[in-house]
Design a protein around this ligand. Structure first.
Ligand SMILES: Cc1cc2nc3c(=O)[nH]c(=O)nc-3n(C[C@H](O)[C@H](O)[C@H](O)COP(=O)(O)O)c2cc1C
Length: 302
């Protein structure tokens, strides 16, 4: 028997496999295919205060090794989530993280205030890669001072574990990680998708109405590992590593490089039961290597 449990600060997961935001809906959708009680945690689709329609279609384009998405953060808003989905989530035994976003600081704070009081929510994850309308549409992660204020104010509201999710668009990693530490963020998750574009050669136009989409899936795995490696050198905060994980072997690369837990995103879209194969594969690896607990593998590759 091996121990797959991991500790992300005060948040303990029964295993390191976390379903990434936006790829498992509000929980109920993926539960038709997958026993959610067997994953370490699920992360709810990014919620805003008001319902948000997202981008016009087309929203998805496959690439040889991944997927481009331009969903545009469509979601039902926090109030409808609580009414329609929370009762189902109350019956689960796994951990629930709720990913939140806003186009202004005050929008994040309003969602945070609501979720802070919901007992079933085990942690809040801030998506700081979304456009900040007060800064001309550049993401919150593009300005360490803007990020510091946001993280600090959410921290005052949310007493449960607070995760900040970063993407590749961080101009100054050192300053960014520093402000997250100063403001008392508990966990960093990375990476969000990579900005990317595609052209429709029939229409001789951009494929996506917003031109720039997000690339995820196996294409980004080595890039995501490099980001994790860079961030690992800058902080001792626990990390949730993600980007292109399809097999247990991919997850183990992230863990050996320093991720305490791993996020599974695009793989859920290909096969909604994939996360379980990853849990079992990690277990088999520990048995094969005669490692009694997963924690001892975290960051072994320095
Ligand atoms: C269709 C889709 C929707 C996503 N929605 C969100 C979201 O709402 N909030 C967020 O922080 N990340 C979102 N992501 C990013 C994923 O959670 C993940 O960080 C990224 O896809 C990299 O992991 P992967 O390569 O395993 O997919 C989304 C990704 C996809 C493919």
């Amino acid at each position: 028997m091996v121990d797959l449990s991991v500790h992300l600060g005060s948040l303990t997961l029964q295993n390191p496999v976390v379903l990434a935001s936006g790829t498992c809906g509000y929980g109920r959708e993926i539960a038709l295919h997958l026993d959610l009680n067997q994953v370490g945690a699920l992360t709810i689709k990014g919620l805003s205060y008001d319902p948000w329609p997202g981008n016009p279609p087309p929203r998805i384009r496959e690439t040889y090794a991944g997927v481009l998405n331009s969903i545009g953060l469509e979601n039902k808003g926090v109030q409808r989530f609580l009414k329609e989905d929370l009762p189902f989530l109350e019956r689960l035994n796994t951990k629930i993280l709720v990913n939140i976003w806003g186009s202004r600081e005050e929008e994040y704070l309003k969602v945070a205030q609501i979720l802070a009081k919901v007992e079933r929510v085990d942690g809040v994850e801030l998506n700081v890669s979304c456009p900040n309308v007060e800064k001309g549409g550049l993401s919150f992660s593009c300005h360490p001072e803007v990020l510091r204020q946001l993280a600090g104010k959410v921290r005052e509201i949310v007493k449960k574990p607070l995760v900040v999710k970063l993407g590749p668009q961080v101009p100054d990693w050192e300053a960014t990680i520093r402000v997250l530490e100063i403001e008392g963020v508990d966990i960093i998750s990375l990476t969000n998708s990579f900005p990317a574009v595609s052209v429709d050669i029939e229409a001789q136009n951009w494929f996506f109405a917003r031109k720039v989409a997000g690339l995820s899936g196996p294409a980004i795995k080595p890039l995501a590992l490099k980001l994790l490696y860079d961030v690992r050198k800058l902080t001792n905060l626990p990390l949730i590593g993600m980007g292109g994980i399809i097999e247990a072997e991919d997850a183990l690369e992230f863990i050996l490089l320093g991720a305490t837990a791993v996020g599974i995103g695009t793989a859920n879209l290909v096969s909604p039961t994939r996360a379980l194969n990853i849990v079992w594969g990690i277990e088999e690896y520990l048995e094969k290597k005669k490692v009694p607990d997963l924690g001892s593998l975290v960051g072994k590759v320095v």
